[in-house]
Design a binder for this molecule. Structure first.
Ligand code: AMP
Ligand code: ZN
Length: 470
């Protein structure tokens, strides 16, 4: 496939280190709160990429960390620890918070058909590895101790800003804006590998280390977890675009300094989901979660469909109106699939191969999911039998993850099932009609209320009265 590589700033042919196998690393959530649907956009698009690589014949090993320690509110090593902040808010321990929100995250992923990674590793389970890597970085002169903390020395690198073509000074100023200076740092972009002199007296999680009792900086976990499960050469590293700098930049700095050779070849960054008033937030405005979508009556897969309709390298604006449009389109799509016959005719293999090739061509071009969805509509319109259409829809959906055949089957089952209590409902509707004819409005209204209590909504029209269960 062709994939845009943030490290080379170009679309490139994807060639893994070992033929046929892909090691894929995803920066996991910081588990101090629910994920918002912006975070989930990143995981969802990464899931499509993973599924596409599998569809294209690769054996994929997907690795994800869980940040349960060390991620400060600001990426520049300052601000409050997000986990401690979450624990205080809910009067729970940091580990309780981590467990609760890790489970909540994967429950959301499941609802969005995001596959569970092959490896999930909490950051707190890898302390010995961090100490090993930091020790070597100190021994080889890439790190130094100052004011009790261990820092990575970015001046030792030939190239630090790998993802940006910006002027170094501009970037450094941007990062430091509004952020208090850490006078221990020798260079403005040096970052913490290990904290012992924390600003927080009440830091909940601490471990012994050669540099004193403390805790790791945020970036070290991803380097160590990746190396543990993927070895010295990682094929593909993913994350939201805000992770590119400083998080991924620092991951590369410390991993390559430690290994002494290039580490990860392809970097994939998903652009942000925004609201009309800007950046999505967990604390300001409406906190958009999967549960909120469900409360408002949306199937989470409608959100998945909404995301697939646009490209991962463009920011996307979320609004309820946009989601409504996606809902209408998704429901129609399911209805069209449900309307296909169960025709047992043989699948037209020649036509199927042609449509599959078109789908691979579309999605294989830097994950163009909206063209992938178009390829699906092309199948529905195609001049082939319904068995071929069903087979192709099932096939494409291995990548798109929209549960189209399952939803269509459920819809057909519901339509065919005899409705419990239908006779009683019909009888009440007939009585109400009689009452209306006799202009006995009180009785007619009382019957409507009675039906409502039974969970039945009625609608009057010229053709008569119809009813649905709500
Ligand atoms: P966090 O839990 O804050 O570490 O974020 C989890 C993931 O969500 C990271 O890969 C972020 O880059 C990504 N992310 C954060 N905000 C957004 C957003 N508004 N849209 C898409 N991805 C986001
Ligand atoms: Zn990471």
């Amino acid at each position: 496939m062709k994939l845009y590589n943030s490290a080379s700033h170009k679309k490139e042919e994807f060639v893994p280190h070992e033929p046929g196998k892909v090691t894929m690393y995803t920066c996991g959530p910081t588990v101090y709160h629910f994920a918002h649907i912006g975070n989930l956009r990143s995981y969802l698009m990464e899931d499509v990429l993973e599924k596409f690589l599998r569809y294209d014949g690769y054996d994929v090993k997907r690795i994800m960390n869980i940040t349960d320690v060390g991620h400060l509110a600001s990426d520049a090593d300052t601000g409050e620890d997000k986990m401690v902040k979450g624990a205080k808010r809910e009067r729970k321990s940091v580990m309780e918070i981590a467990k609760f929100y890790t489970d909540a995250f994967f429950a959301d992923c499941k609802k969005l058909n995001i596959k569970y990674p092959d490896v999930v590793q909490p950051a707190t389970g890898m302390i010995d590895d961090y100490i090993k890597v930091i020790t070597k970085l100190l021994d080889t002169g890439y790190a130094y101790v100052a004011g009790g903390n261990v820092y990575f020395d970015t001046s030792k690198l030939e190239k630090y800003y790998v993802f940006n073509d910006h002027d170094e000074e501009d970037l450094a100023v941007g990062v430091r804006e509004g952020v208090e200076e850490d006078t221990n740092k020798r260079n403005k972009n040096d970052f913490v590998l290990w904290f012992t002199k924390s600003k927080f007296e009440d830091q909940a999680l601490k471990w012994d280390s050669p540099w004193g009792v403390g805790y790791p900086g945020w970036h070290i976990e991803c380097s160590c977890i990746s190396m543990k499960y993927a070895g010295e050469y990682l094929d593909l590293h993913c994350g939201g675009i805000d992770n590119a700098f400083p998080h991924h930049t620092n991951e590369i700095a410390q991993s390559e300094a430690y290994l002494g050779h290039p580490w990860c070849k392809y970097w994939m960054h998903v652009h942000h989901l925004n609201t009309n008033d800007g950046k999505m937030s967990k604390s300001k405005g409406e906190f958009l979660t999967v549960s909120l979508l469900e409360e408002k009556g949306y199937d989470p897969l409608v959100y998945r469909f909404f995301c697939l309709q646009s490209h991962y390298r463009k920011s996307l604006v979320f609004s309820w109106e946009n989601l409504d449009n996606a809902k209408v389109a998704y429901d129609k799509l399911v209805a069209r699939v449900a309307a296909l016959s169960d025709d047992p005719a043989p699948v037209d293999q020649e036509a199927a191969a042609k449509y599959k090739a078109a789908f691979i061509e579309a999605v294989g071009n830097d994950l163009n999911t909206s063209l992938g969805v178009t390829a699906l509509y092309d199948v529905l319109k195609a001049d082939v039998n319904d068995a071929t259409k069903r087979s192709l829809i099932g096939s494409f959906d291995q990548v798109l993850g929209l549960s189209l055949l399952e939803k269509a089957a459920a819809q057909r089952e519901k339509a065919a099932a005899p409705v419990e209590g239908a006779e009683e409902i019909e009888a009440l509707i007939a009585q109400r009609l009689e009452a209306k004819k006799a202009k006995d409005w009180a009785t007619a209204d009382a019957i409507r209320d009675q039906l409502k209590e039974m969970g039945v909504e009625i609608k009057d029209s010229k053709e008569g009265t119809t009813w649905t269960r709500v």
